[in-house]
Design a protein around this ligand. Sequence first.
Ligand code: ATP
Length: 247
Amino acid sequence: MSVLEVRGVTVGLGGRTVLRDIDLTLGLGELTGLIGPNGAGKTTLLRSILGLVRVASGRVLVDGRPVRPRRSPVGYVPQRHEFAWDFPISVENAVMTGRSGRIGLLRRPGVDDWRAVAAALERVGMSDLARRPVGELSGGQRQRVLVARALALQPRVLLLDEPFTGLDLPTQELLTGLFQELAGEDKAVLMTTHDLLGALDTCTRIALLNRTIVADAPPSELLDPDPWMRAFGVGENSPLLKILKVM
Ligand SMILES: Nc1ncnc2c1ncn2[C@@H]1O[C@H](COP(=O)(O)OP(=O)(O)OP(=O)(O)O)[C@@H](O)[C@H]1O
């Protein structure tokens, strides 16, 4: 069942077309890898889905309805460096900021809000560190806090922007397992990553992006070099194709 539909989305930034005529549908239960070279427009697409970037044409629908920023059931995990880790705030309060749009500016968090935060922290295995200042966390722990912050909104769609950058392999594996579990719990998960082999191994679907969607298929159907060459702008002798074993 599809939960998120991106239909004919075109986005211009700084006078240039950054995304052109994007069509993408996310189904519940799917873990989709959004893959493309630097500057392909991956982050811009995530931000367009969230309603944080103005769309020049096209539509983004969640459950058939237009997205309403701050009210949509879409959770967002930004790149780790975008969060203010030096801000003097505890882990649980950082996770609570994920619900600030729902709580509103003038209200204090209620019992339901704290329950949602506790459940999200438990989900990522961070309950023990709930009172710890965020500045004292390791990179892997910080990434888990950001995932908990998105989960605190109890989203049906989860967008993850390069969640593995700078993390060691065991932490990447732990997070991959978590994302697969979340997709299995009737969520749609869309993740940007530069770990192509990891994505081919773990995602149920791969969307290849370079300003527009070049291919969108399960990994088993992406054995042809052509879409990879078009997405990454490389020739048929590129080592990339050898690494991907799509020669
Ligand atoms: N605020 C902005 N104003 C003008 N151009 C922008 C803005 N934000 C992004 N861009 C441009 O849009 C293009 C897509 O950027 P985006 O960050 O979405 O790519 P990306 O695929 O996420 O790249 P990376 O893999 O390097 O993170 C780039 O050419 C970038 O320079």
